[in-house]
Write a protein that binds this ligand. Structure first.
Ligand code: HPA
Length: 256
């Protein structure tokens, strides 16, 4: 069949996090290098076909993982996907687990978040003369897209925990035990460094946005071995293992 990557609307945009630098199954890829008024995104936006639908993929940290969480140009990333016609974003976020259901290798689709980041450019409407936006953010993740993720997971036979609260920290260092204990008291189930401002910016531009969190480790002081040291090797191995169901899950989303 002839490649068809340039026609039709984008069915989905996927943003990959730590350990997910390409979208498995994406065919007939074209690499776009958009430059937005906010600057360049983290790397090329790869547009191709998956399950017969047009899909875009962007590695949040760059394909060689060169951009740390606090330096990601979140505005450029979301603006670039929007400019390419994305209306729905599935964000893959590698996280640590804080509470019982969210151990290493679990996939979760959180329904709430708390933002602990600071000093990141977190809004679009900051240019002189632009309207001040107070976007509704009571449900930070689009409920209908979350339902689609959960339905796709069920039909693909991929286990995903439905719900949970994502706490977005500044990084790039990991947290102290006391910080994680505070986050647990606050109601966080998961901790990651990239959930914000990405979700807020997507809402500002009117994009549907859901997070599929990939639990790489127990957060500091959490889990059955509270004194365990978190290593990058463990994180990457757990992400690779937990990601094995992603192609089926994304495929089921596109088929649905
Ligand atoms: N904390 C913050 N971000 C993370 C973690 C963590 O423990 N694991 C993977 N991303």
């Amino acid at each position: 069949m002839a490649p068809q990557t340039n026609d039709g609307p984008l069915a989905l945009a996927v943003i990959g996090g730590t350990g997910v630098y390409r979208l498995a199954g994406l065919e007939d890829e074209e690499a776009h290098q958009p430059v937005t008024r906010y600057g360049a995104p983290s790397g090329p936006v790869r547009v191709g076909r998956l399950a017969g639908r047009r899909v875009a993929f962007l590695a949040r940290h760059g394909e060689g993982h060169s951009v740390p969480p606090h330096q990601v140009n979140y505005r450029a990333n979301i603006a670039a996907l929007h400019a390419l016609g994305a209306t729905r974003v599935l964000a893959l976020n590698t996280v640590g687990g804080i509470t019982g259901r969210f151990g290493p290798r679990v996939l979760a689709c959180p329904d709430q978040l708390i933002d602990y980041t600071w000093g990141r450019v977190s809004i679009y409407c900051e240019e002189p003369g632009s309207d001040v936006l107070h976007v509704d953010f009571g449900d930070p993740y689009t409920p209908s897209l979350r339902r689609e993720v959960m339905a796709a997971a069920a039909s693909a036979g991929v286990e995903v925990v439905d719900g949970g609260c994502y706490g977005a920290t500044q990084g790039p260092r990991l947290e102290t035990r006391a910080e994680i204990a505070r986050m647990r008291r606050d109601g966080c189930d998961l901790v990651g460094m990239t959930g914000m401002p990405e979700a807020g910016l997507a809402r500002e531009l009117g994009l549907e946005y859901a997070c599929l969190a990939i639990v790489a480790n127990w957060a500091a002081g959490a889990g059955p071995h509270a004194d365990e040291v978190i290593t990058l090797e463990d994180v990457l191995a757990n992400v690779a293992a937990a990601s094995s169901g992603l192609p089926d899950l994304v495929g089921a989303m596109l088929a649905g």
